[in-house]
Write a protein that binds this ligand. Structure first.
Ligand code: C5P
Length: 214
C-alpha cells in the first residue's frame, strides 16, 4: 500500500489532536502533535529563561510510543505542557524564528518516510506543503470553549467558560497574525467545520478522503 502524509491544521481546541490520533490509529500511521513540541519549548523557556532560545540544539524533544507522551531532555512533561502558564505563553514563544526553524526541520525529518498524521497550525502551508491530504478543521469559538471546558474538568482543572473562550480567541489572534508561518488554511486543504459533527463523523470523513489516496 501507498503511504501518504496527512496534515491537519486549525485554530485552538478545534479537535485536531483527538481526530488525528484516531485517524493515525486506524491507518496504522504515526501521530505527531506539533503543538506539544511548541509547548515543550515554552516550558523550557519558562524554567530557564529566554537565553535558551539561542541554544535550541540542546533541547531534545521526543514522543513516547503512543504519540501521547512527550519527553523534554528525557523528562516526561506530558502533563506540565498542558498547564495554564504554558498555554498562556506558547503563542509568543512560537512566534520566534529560531523556535520555528528548529521545530519545522525536526517535523520534516519525522515525515520523510511518510505514514504520518501531523497536526498543528502550519503543517499544510509550511511544514509539509507536499502532503497528499490536507485538512483544515474549524468550529465556532463557543463550541471549542465548551469542548475544552469538558476536557479541563475531566483533568480536574477549575476554570470557567468565559476565561476559556477569551484564551482561545486571544491565542488564535496571535497565531493568525504572527509574521512567520501564521495559521492559515492552505488553498488545497479540505475545510471541515466540526461544529455540528460528531467525532465519529469527522473521523469517517477524513478516513474516506485518505483511502481514496492510498
Ligand atoms: O495545538 P496546541 O493548541 O497544543 O498548540 C499550542 C500552540 O503552539 C499554538 O497556539 C501555537 O502558538 C503553537 N503552534 C504553532 N505551530 C504549530 C503547532 C502549534 O505555532 N504547527
Amino acid at each position: 500500500k501507498n503511504k501518504i502524509n496527512i496534515a491537519i491544521d486549525g485554530p485552538a481546541a478545534a479537535g485536531k489532536s483527538t481526530i488525528s490520533k484516531r485517524v493515525a490509529k486506524k491507518l496504522g500511521y504515526i501521530y505527531i502533535d506539533t503543538g506539544a513540541m511548541y509547548r515543550a519549548i515554552t516550558l523550557h523557556v519558562i524554567r530557564h529563561g529566554d537565553a535558551v532560545l539561542d541554544h535550541l540544539e540542546d533541547v531534545d524533544i521526543r514522543f513516547g510510543a503512543s504519540g501521547t507522551s512527550v519527553f523534554l531532555n528525557g523528562e516526561d512533561v506530558s502533563q506540565d505542557i498542558r498547564s495554564q502558564e504554558v498555554t498562556q505563553r506558547v503563542s509568543e514563544v512560537s512566534s520566534q524564528h529560531q523556535v520555528r526553524s528548529y521545530l519545522v526541520s525536526m517535523q520534516r525529518k519525522i515525515a520523510e518516510e511518510k505514514g504520518v498524521v501531523m497536526d498543528g497550525r502550519d503543517i499544510g502551508s509550511t511544514v509539509l506543503p507536499e502532503a497528499e491530504l490536507k485538512v483544515y478543521m474549524k468550529a465556532s469559538a463557543e463550541i471549542r470553549a465548551k469542548r475544552r471546558l469538558e476536557e479541563e474538568e475531566a483533568r480536574g482543572v477549575k476554570i470557567d467558560i468565559d476565561t476559556l473562550t477569551e484564551q482561545i480567541i486571544r491565542r488564535d489572534a496571535l497565531d493568525m497574525n504572527r509574521e512567520i508561518s501564521p495559521l492559515v488554511k492552505a488553498p488545497d486543504a479540505v475545510l471541515l467545520d466540526s461544529s455540528y459533527m460528531s467525532i465519529d463523523e469527522v473521523e469517517d470523513k477524513i478516513i474516506k478522503l485518505a483511502e481514496d489516496l492510498i
